[in-house]
Write a protein that binds this ligand. Structure first.
Ligand code: GLN
Length: 378
C-alpha cells in the first residue's frame, strides 16, 4: 500500500505508556486518572443497562443527554444550543475533532494551528488534503503573537484550531486573545475548531473563555468537549460537539458514516449525572489541589516548573539536570528513575525540542508523592 500518513508512527502516548509498563515506572505520561470515576455514575450505567438501553442510540445522541448538554452550556457560557440540530454526542473528543476536520476541509484548504499541538489535528488535516500552517509557540508562557498569526492568513485559510486549556502547555486563552481572534476572523470566511476538552480544569479563579461565550466567534465555531476528562473516565470514549446548525449539519453527515451513533447506556447515565452541576463545578478545586501538591513537591527538585493555568498537565524544563534531548531524557527517566513523562517535542511536527517534559497530575496523592520522591533525586 501507499501510506496515506507515511511520516506517522505509533503515537507518543502509546509508546510511553508501554515503556512505563515494561519498566514498572510510575506512569505520568499518557493523560488519564489512576483513580476510579464516581461509583454513583457507574451505578447509573448499570441501571441504564438494566432498563434496557442497550440498542442503537439516535445518530446524534440520546435526546436526554443532548438536553443536559444544552442546559450546562447555557448555564456556563450563556449560549443556547438547540439539542435537535446543534449538539452531537461523539465517541470521545478525538472522534469529534476528526469528524469536524473531515466535514470542513477540502484539498488545499489551509488550517492555522499552534504548536506544540495535540497530536491528532495535523494527521486529520493531511488525510483530507488540507495544508497545515502552524505557528510555533515558545516556553515558558507560550503566548500567541497575533501579528504572526495574521501573516499566516491567506485566501485559502479555512480553519483555525484552538485548544484552551491547552494540552500539553497548560496555558489558557485570555480575554486579549479572544479580542485578537475576533479581529482576525472578522469579515473572513474562517471557521474555528475549538478543542475545549479541559474546559472545567481552569485554576486560580480564572475563567474559561469558551468560544460559546462570544456570539461572533460562536457562530463560526465547532466546539469539542469530553466526558472522559470531566468525569474521570477516559476509557469510556465519550464526548460531544457543539456547532451552529449549518456546521452541525455537515458534521453529522460524516458522523453517521464514521460511527453512526455512540454507546447508549453511557449516554443515559451521563444525562442523569449531569443534572447535578456539582459533578463538574467541583473539578477546578479538585484538580487545583493535585496541581499544587505536585508543584510543591517538584519545587524541591532540579526541574523547573512552567506555569500551569489549566488542564491536568504540568510541564517542566530540566536544563539544570542534563542537556539530553527530551525524548532521550524521557526514556532514561522511565527506565532508570521509574517515572514516565511525555517529551513535548512530540507535539511539534518538526520535533522542536525545547527541553520540556509533560507530567500528568490526574493521579492519587500517593502516586504523586511516590513520583516526586523519585524526581527529587534526579
Ligand atoms: N489526551 C491524552 C494525553 O494527552 C492521551 C490520549 C491518547 O492516548 N491518545 O495524554
Amino acid at each position: 500500500v501507499i501510506s496515506k500518513l507515511p511520516q506517522t508512527g505509533t503515537n507518543i502516548f502509546t509508546t510511553m505508556s508501554a515503556l512505563a509498563a515494561e519498566h514498572g515506572a510510575i506512569n505520568l505520561s499518557q493523560g488519564f486518572p489512576d483513580y476510579s470515576c464516581s461509583p454513583e455514575l457507574i451505578e447509573l450505567v448499570h441501571k441504564a443497562m438494566q432498563n434496557g438501553h442497550n440498542q442503537y442510540a439516535p445518530m446524534a445522541g440520546v435526546m436526554a443527554l443532548r438536553e443536559q448538554i444544552a442546559i450546562k452550556t447555557e448555564k456556563l457560557y450563556g449560549a443556547r444550543y438547540d439539542p435537535e440540530t446543534e449538539i452531537t454526542v461523539t465517541a470521545g473528543g478525538t472522534q469529534a475533532v476528526f469528524t469536524a476536520i473531515s466535514a470542513i476541509i477540502h484539498p488545499n484548504d489551509e488550517v492555522i494551528m499552534f504548536e506544540p499541538a495535540y497530536d491528532c489535528y495535523a494527521p486529520a488535516i493531511k488525510l483530507m488534503g488540507g495544508v497545515v500552517k502552524s505557528l510555533e509557540l515558545e516556553p515558558p508562557d507560550y503566548r500567541i503573537a497575533w501579528d504572526m498569526v495574521k501573516r499566516l492568513v491567506s485566501n485559502k485559510t479555512k480553519m483555525i484550531i484552538l485548544n484552551s486549556p491547552h494540552n500539553p502547555t497548560a496555558t489558557i486563552l485570555s480575554r486579549e486573545d479572544i479580542d485578537e481572534l475576533s479581529a482576525l476572523v472578522k469579515n473572513q470566511d474562517i471557521l474555528i475548531l475549538s478543542d475545549e476538552v479541559y474546559e472545567h480544569l481552569v485554576f486560580d479563579g480564572q475563567e474559561h473563555h469558551s468560544m460559546a461565550r462570544y456570539p461572533e466567534l460562536q457562530q463560526r465555531s465547532m466546539i469539542v468537549a469530553s466526558f472522559g476528562k470531566t468525569f474521570h473516565a477516559t476509557g469510556w470514549k465519550m464526548g460531544y460537539c457543539l456547532a451552529p446548525a449549518y456546521l452541525m449539519q455537515e458534521f453529522r453527515k460524516i458522523h453517521q458514516f464514521l460511527v453512526f451513533s455512540v454507546n447508549t447506556p453511557l449516554q443515559y447515565a451521563i444525562a442523569e449525572y449531569l443534572k447535578d452541576e456539582n459533578t463538574y463545578m467541583s473539578l477546578p478545586a479538585f484538580f487545583q489541589e493535585k496541581r499544587d501538591h505536585f508543584r510543591s513537591g517538584l519545587e524541591q527538585s532540579r526541574f523547573k516548573l512552567l506555569p500551569c493555568s489549566g488542564s491536568y498537565f504540568q510541564s517542566v524544563t530540566y536544563d539544570a539536570i542534563t542537556d539530553e534531548k527530551d525524548t532521550d531524557f524521557a526514556i532514561r527517566l522511565t527506565k532508570e528513575i521509574g517515572v514516565a513523562a511525555i517529551p513535548v517535542s512530540a507535539f511539534y511536527r518538526k520535533g522542536t525540542d525545547r527541553h520540556v517534559l509533560r507530567f500528568c497530575f490526574a493521579k492519587r496523592q500517593e502516586t504523586l508523592d511516590k513520583a516526586v520522591d523519585k524526581l527529587i533525586k534526579v
